[in-house]
Ligand binder design. Structure first.
Ligand code: 5GP
Length: 132
């Protein structure tokens, strides 16, 4: 059965898309740990991050770097942090989480409220700064 993220890539489940290229897709996390929390995924469905082939890991990292730059430019956090966990969704992904102040809780357990309109506006703001 395809993962929920494969369904998102195929457009079967809606997402606040940030960017996509031939092999990757980036979209806002539906349950954000901070404003602009973005997930970067390979289109090839692999459960465990470290089961990706070395070149796939490198390419996903490079794609994520471009998305992180867009977060930095659009939302101006102190910097963008990275978490790889994968306990909830069995489709490898990188969490990009903007850090706005040094005391901000940096954990997937802490969620912030963003309205649907807010998510749409955020995605648009970030998309404008993406350079693939
Ligand atoms: P992990 O697998 O690394 O623990 O986290 C999975 C992440 O995917 C969570 O932060 C969760 O909020 C996010 N997530 C789960 N289902 C969906 C979904 O249907 N849409 C979006 N945009 N994010 C999701």
């Amino acid at each position: 059965m395809p993962s929920i993220f494969t369904k998102i890539i195929k457009g079967e489940i809606p997402s606040y898309k940030i960017a996509e290229d031939e092999k990757h897709y980036a979209f806002l996390d539906i349950n954000p740990a901070a404003k602009g929390h973005t997930l970067c995924i390979p289109k090839r469905e692999v459960d465990y991050f470290f089961d990706l082939k070395p070149n796939e890991l490198a390419e996903l990292t490079k794609f994520s770097q471009k998305i992180a730059r867009a977060l930095d430019k659009s939302l101006e956090p102190i910097r963008t942090g990275v978490i790889v966990e994968g306990l909830e969704v069995p489709h490898a992904h990188i969490h990009l989480i903007p850090i706005y102040k040094e005391t901000q809780a940096f954990s997937l357990g802490k969620k912030v409220e963003v309205t649907e309109t807010g998510m749409g506006k955020l995605a648009e703001q970030i998309r404008q700064k993406v350079e693939l």
